[in-house]
Design a protein around this ligand. Structure first.
Ligand code: OAD
Length: 250
């Protein structure tokens, strides 16, 4: 049996429609900590405790501190080799269609030049009015780092701003959900750098397999979905994708 990287490269060389589903592990090599695992903790808070409307209602200052810290970290970070390769595939004529669905809110896929990123969980660099005041759009871009005041205020009503991300208990933006479901009709699907525990995103891998795609996980650690997919590459994304790209070009 050939190495999994070789098998993936063979599949990709014959594929017309390719989809990548990505998570925090893709940005690990850019210095952005993942959510889960030893490095994923921020002052011992779990994301499930901070990334909720209830947590924000109770303590907007702490929740905003977490997001402001991540905005600062990300604005100093640069896309890594994994982002670059996926961006290259999105721009090349190698595939008839390449789609990228990300749970990441850091914007690094976009900064690497990826075309048509489908943002499942919103963006760190968008905000909205916490009170959904009448004068404001639902979400708008805000790239100020740092904010002039903390917690930041809505320019329309003076109330609190909220991060433009999807919190636990909130719905996935309908356009992102429908674009993601469309992207699951593909020949090869890569599931890269996600622990596949947060639903509904975690359900996409099972659905894409059900629709008949060849499914490949790229993650140095085994996850709940590893065994049910067609291939698991147990390596960091920036290493494994670099190897696959090299094999595609020989
Ligand atoms: P997690 O932090 O849950 O999982 C990151 C995964 O990346 C783990 O399985 C790691 O083994 C893997 N990993 C680490 N380094 C890697 C590398 N160099 N290459 C490839 N994989 C690597 O992150 P997500 O699955 O993205 O949602 O988390 C899902 C959601 O939970 C996030 O979108 C966020 C969070 O709470 C919300 O905030 C709603």
């Amino acid at each position: 049996m050939s190495r999994p990287e070789v098998r993936l490269a063979e599949r990709l060389s014959r594929a017309r429609r390719v989809t990548a589903i990505t998570g925090a592990g893709v940005s690990a090599a850019s210095g952005i900590p993942t959510f889960r695992g030893a490095q994923g903790l921020w002052r011992s808070f779990r994301p499930e405790e901070l990334a909720t409307p209830e947590a924000f209602a109770r303590d907007p200052g702490t929740v905003w501190e977490w997001y402001a810290w991540r905005r600062e970290l990300v604005s100093r970070a640069r896309p890594n080799r994994a982002h670059e390769i996926l961006a290259g595939w999105s721009r090349s004529r190698r595939f008839e269609r390449f789609a990228l669905v990300t749970q990441n809110v850091d914007g690094l896929h976009e900064r690497a030049g990826t075309r048509g990123v489908i943002r499942f969980h919103g963006s760190l660099f968008e905000v909205g009015c916490w009170n959904a005041c009448r004068g404001s759009p639902r979400r708008w871009p805000d790239e100020r780092v740092p904010f002039p005041e903390m917690p930041p205020r809505c320019p329309h009503c003076g109330g609190l701003l909220r991060p433009g991300v999807v919190w636990f208990g909130e719905a996935i933006p309908p356009e992102a959900l429908s674009a993601s479901l469309d992207a699951l009709d593909c020949d090869v699907c890569l599931v890269v750098g996600t622990s596949s525990v947060v639903y509904p995103a975690a359900g996409l891998a099972a659905e894409v397999k059900r629709r008949g795609a060849f499914t490949v996980e790229v993650n140095p650690e085994a996850t709940d979905v590893s065994a049910s997919l067609d291939l698991a590459i147990a390596a960091p994304a920036e290493v494994a994708l670099d190897e696959v790209e090299r094999l595609l070009n020989v």
